[in-house]
Write a protein that binds this ligand. Structure first.
Ligand code: URA
Length: 192
């Protein structure tokens, strides 16, 4: 089975398994992920917002535009990477995802990563960071790559600030840009 087909199986199972039915009911559609299934880098955000819910694609609103600019600044296109969220339905009124919602989607995210097998996972914001790097504070660990083991896999994680938060906070914006600029060197080091 191709990686695209394997990912589709996981997306179909989220619907079939009725993961977070209240969220599903209020959302227009599942926002599973976008990009290359062979990507070296997977970016993981929090949850879809209004634009993402409408289009069925992650990071297509203001935060997505900023993410696209940052990708471009390190010589990458959206189609070179894979982008997804920890929670895959839009929470009502864009509220923060609840802990049980993140827990419900986590096994599917792990399976997504098992298919793609990226060299680097970049978490965007604390919601997607917390399962990979529990009990860490994003203000302390942002921009510091960590090598972790989860399930059968060894994985390098780079925790970054969320682009939506950084958009409206000058200090965080600069930190995010500085951290993002480390990605090409980090990828080279992982490949060595
Ligand atoms: N913010 C997120 O965390 N994810 C999206 O897909 C869009 C905005």
């Amino acid at each position: 089975m191709s990686k695209v087909a394997e990912l589709q199986v996981i997306a179909d199972e989220i619907v079939k398994d009725k993961v977070c039915p209240e969220l599903a009911e209020g959302a227009a559609q599942l926002v599973f992920g976008d990009g290359s299934p062979d990507a070296d880098i997977v970016f993981i955000g929090e949850a879809p917002g209004k634009n993402e819910d409408e289009q069925g694609l992650p990071f297509v609103g203001a935060a997505g535009k900023f993410l696209g600019e940052m990708l471009q600044s390190v010589g990458l296109k959206r189609s070179d990477v894979y982008i997804t969220n920890i929670v895959k339905y839009r929470p009502p009124n864009n509220r923060d995802p609840e802990p049980e919602e993140k827990r419900a989607f986590w096994p599917y995210l792990v399976r997504q990563l098992d298919v793609i097998k990226p060299k680097l996972v970049v978490t965007l914001g604390r919601h997607s960071m917390e399962y990979f790097l529990p009990n860490q504070k994003i203000s302390v660990v942002h921009g510091e790559p960590k090598r972790i083991q989860f399930g059968e896999r060894k994985q390098v994680i780079l925790p970054l600030y969320h682009p939506a938060a950084a958009l409206y906070n000058g200090g965080q914006r600069q930190m995010l840009l500085d951290d993002f600029a480390k990605i090409p060197t980090l990828l080279k080091q992982i490949n060595e």
